[in-house]
Ligand binder design. Structure first.
Ligand SMILES: [Zn+2]
Ligand SMILES: [Zn+2]
Length: 268
């Protein structure tokens, strides 16, 4: 199972050379195994993923959206443009079975917000709005979900195949006492990708913004016993020097903990 980071920023893309070490694009992570490809969120990094796709055996892409904030969907049309007509695409959410997923996504990528081409592309997409906390199979993967605390709602996901697993938990406001549902989802995962947008002091000043801290991510990793912890959803104002300093603190909170870098490949 190969996990690749295509965008690790939160909120909006970070521009400028002093941000290039950890990268510029917003949230997008691919998970591939055999002919299966999952795309976890489709922020601006999804445009890079589309440009790099060279897998002639690719038949079906599963896009899993944690929620619909711009930094998690802005790259979606460019991903779709990059996929051949022969590739089936299913877009999943786990924010409630009654969420009008197709209507929401299509409206965002229709005039006047987007040229009509994207709406035409979206017409061939299959949409699956799952219930909060749902489990489902996609391709050869088992997917589990749990709702997390974030303005407007968001979901965390666990993907599992052949005894290997990763948890993608971003845009969630947690403390150093992680919620039981999240601990259950994360139990024994080989890799935890977790929102680390704020320091503990910053989080105090941004209550209700729906983001997490190095300390909360480490607490979940310890409680759930994960193999590897990687911080994600970097503040677009935090340049490389700032993130390197935070990464050193993070590694002191959990052995081997690091912050995600755009382009990074993690093999499980
Ligand atoms: Zn976000
Ligand atoms: Zn968000």
């Amino acid at each position: 199972m190969d996990v690749r980071i295509w965008g690790a920023r939160g909120s909006y893309p970070a521009s400028g050379a002093r941000f290039s070490g950890f990268g510029h694009h917003t949230a997008c992570v691919s998970v591939s195994s055999g002919s299966d490809l999952f795309v976890l969120d489709a922020g601006s990094g999804a445009a890079e993923l589309a440009a790099a796709l060279e897998n002639p055996s690719l038949k079906h892409v599963h896009v899993i959206l944690s929620h619909f904030h711009h930094d998690h969907i802005m790259g979606l049309p460019f991903l779709l443009f990059g996929l051949g007509e022969g590739v089936a695409v299913t877009i999943h959410s786990a924010l409630g079975a009654d969420v009008a997923l197709g209507t929401i996504v299509t409206a965002l990528f229709s005039p006047p917000y987007f040229p009509s081409d994207a709406a035409r592309l979206l017409a061939r997409i299959r949409f699956q709005a799952h219930a909060e906390g749902a489990s489902f199979d996609a391709g050869t993967f088992a997917v589990r979900t749990t709702p997390v605390e974030h303005p407007g709602g968001a979901a965390a996901f666990r993907l599992e195949k052949d005894g290997k697993s990763l948890v993608y938990a971003t845009d969630l406001e947690t403390s150093t006492i992680p919620p039981a549902g999240l601990v259950a989802l994360t139990q024994g995962a080989d890799l935890l990708l977790h929102d680390t947008m704020f320091s503990a002091a910053e989080a105090q000043a941004h209550r209700g913004w729906g983001h997490s801290t190095l300390e909360a991510a480490a607490a979940l990793a310890i409680t759930a016993g994960v193999g590897r912890l990687v911080g994600f959803h970097h503040n677009p104002r935090h340049d490389d020097a700032e993130l390197v300093a935070r990464e050193a603190i993070f590694a002191g909170l959990y052995p081997g903990a690091s912050l995600a870098r755009e382009g990074q490949l993690i093999a499980l």
